[in-house]
Design a binder for this molecule. Structure first.
Ligand SMILES: C[S@@+](CC[C@H](N)C(=O)[O-])C[C@H]1O[C@@H](n2cnc3c(N)ncnc32)[C@H](O)[C@@H]1O
Length: 469
């Protein structure tokens, strides 16, 4: 019984990477939601959440932590927390209070161990590190030190705050714990688009693709769809986590891996440059369902409640056009304009506000209950307020994280969950309730983006370069 209590009262420490700061909390919460566990941080979490790279979590067991670390790209490592405090004395008294039955199995004579020192926002010389390790000699380590391949690894973690211009002499807070597992940051390097077989101008960065898959709580055997699939970066990330993946794109060349290459030193795409080959590159080809040429503004899927997650990066009209198919009666240009070809491509402008209205409707129809929609929304920052976010009666907003692109523009990663089946009255509400009206602010995003770029270019041209005055 006592053992049970000390197990459930354990606290774990997550050491988070200091990039993509805004995306960390929804990532960890989403990974916990796969286990059906709540996010239960230490009391002082609220004031620190934005910036601190160290989070103390309650109410979890070691298996939960291993699950999180098996997926996260935002956390670097996790520890069973043995002690912590604002000073080294506080750390010592906290460590001395840690239950012996939780410590001793890892300090046995027959086992080897190693202690690391990690400092955030300060670099220590080796001698200072050794002194800090020596100061832990009150802990009853009985085994031998093995720096190369220890049975148990411990870590002293020191937090020197987040201001690189104001680094304190002594740490603001210190932690000591037993290392449990590292996160999946290696995936960011191993899946870098720089080394990917098939890429395009708008291929999503590997780190953000994995973050999106995690925000969507993608699980093994889920079926995931990307309706604006492009070169399939989001499918690559989801397949890595064991989901079956499919997608659509209006661009025939992208889907079939034909046409001009996006690589600097290559004119045309090679024979096997396609999404399936990307999955093959990472050993997940068996997760590939298919991709097809299709317009996301048109309904093509028969079944409702089909996808466990919809993850996508819709076009903003900045590096790719926003278009949809039209009908021949919409043609206003004569056939000669198309080189006299018998097939006349009919495409119309696809307004950003319509893209997002259609996307939310698509999710409301085709997600299973509890399934998630994760997508990027372009934002003109001076005009943004949360009330502007597109809403739907069947979808609840879970998180909304900003990635700043310039002083005036950003994109927001929106995560919604299907919480209600679509009913007749929802169609009426969508037409009449102003809350569900199209997000007009979006339609001028492209002009505002380019006016910002143009303004910056003009300013740069006016500002004399260093040393030129
Ligand atoms: C931002 S890119 C997606 C990039 C993708 N995430 C990747 O990693 O390569 C948007 C994609 O939407 C496609 N698209 C534009 N309009 C579309 C439409 N009406 N229906 C489906 N796809 C469309 C474009 O061809 C483009 O490939």
């Amino acid at each position: 019984m006592a053992l049970h209590c000390s197990r459930t009262c354990r606290q774990y420490l997550l050491h988070l990477a200091h990039d993509n700061v805004d995306f960390r909390l929804p990532e960890i919460k989403s990974l916990l939601s796969i286990l059906g566990k709540p996010f239960d941080p230490s009391e002082n979490f609220k004031e620190k959440v934005g910036l601190s790279p160290f989070w103390r979590l309650n109410g979890l067991c070691e298996d939960d932590i291993r699950h999180i670390m098996g997926r996260t790209v935002c956390a670097k490592s996790a520890f069973e927390l043995w002690g912590h405090g604002g000073t080294t004395d506080e750390l010592k008294s906290s460590l001395l209070k840690y239950p012996a039955d939780s410590m001793l199995p890892f300090l046995q004579e027959k086992s080897t161990y190693k202690i690391n020192v990690y400092t955030f926002n300060k670099t220590l010389i080796m001698n200072d590190r050794i002194k800090k390790i020596d100061a832990l000699d009150f802990l009853p380590f009985k085994g031998k030190v093995n720096l190369k391949d220890a049975d148990h690894v411990f870590c002293l973690l020191e937090d020197y705050g987040t201001d690189p211009n104001n680094i304190p002499e002594e740490p603001l807070y210190v932690y000591f714990g037993r290392w449990i597992a590292d996160g999946q940051r290696d995936l960011i390097r191993s899946h870098s688009v720089k080394k990917r077989h098939f890429i395009g101008n708008t291929s999503m960065d590997a780190g953000l693709s994995f973050i999106m898959a995690n925000h969507a709580s993608v699980k093994k055997h889920d079926l995931v769809c990307d309706p604006f699939v492009g070169t399939g970066s989001l499918l690559v990330a989801c397949s890595q986590f064991g989901a079956y993946v499919c997608g659509t794109d209006i661009d025939y060349n992208t889907i079939h891996g034909k046409g001009k290459s996006s690589r600097r030193n290559q004119k045309w795409r090679g024979p096997d440059e396609n999404i399936r080959a990307n999955l093959r590159q990472y050993g997940t080809e068996r997760q590939y369902v298919d991709v097809l040429v299709s317009d996301a503004s048109k309904p093509i899927w028969r079944s409702v409640n089909l996808f466990d997650a919809i993850i996508t990066d819709p076009p903003y009209g900045v590096r790719e056009s926003t278009r949809r198919t039209g009908s021949h009666k919409d043609i206003i240009r004569p056939p000669e304009d198309y080189g006299g070809e018998s097939h006349v491509p009919v495409t119309l402008e696809y307004r950003l506000s319509d893209i997002f209205t259609d996307l939310l409707n698509f999710a409301a129809h085709h997600l299973v209950m509890g399934g998630r929609l994760v997508y990027w929304l372009p934002i003109y920052r001076p005009e943004y307020c949360e009330e502007m976010l597109p809403l739907h009666p069947c979808l609840s907003l879970l998180s909304n994280c900003e990635q700043v692109l310039s002083t005036h523009t950003s994109r927001r990663l929106i995560t919604m969950e299907k919480t209600k089946e679509l009913e007749k009255e929802d169609d009426l509400a969508l037409l009449t309730d102003p809350r569900y009206g199209p997000y007009q602010g979006l339609d001028s995003f492209r002009e505002k983006y380019f006016s910002g770029v143009t303004k910056r270019k003009e300013e740069e041209a006016r500002t004399p370069a260093d040393g030129m005055e």
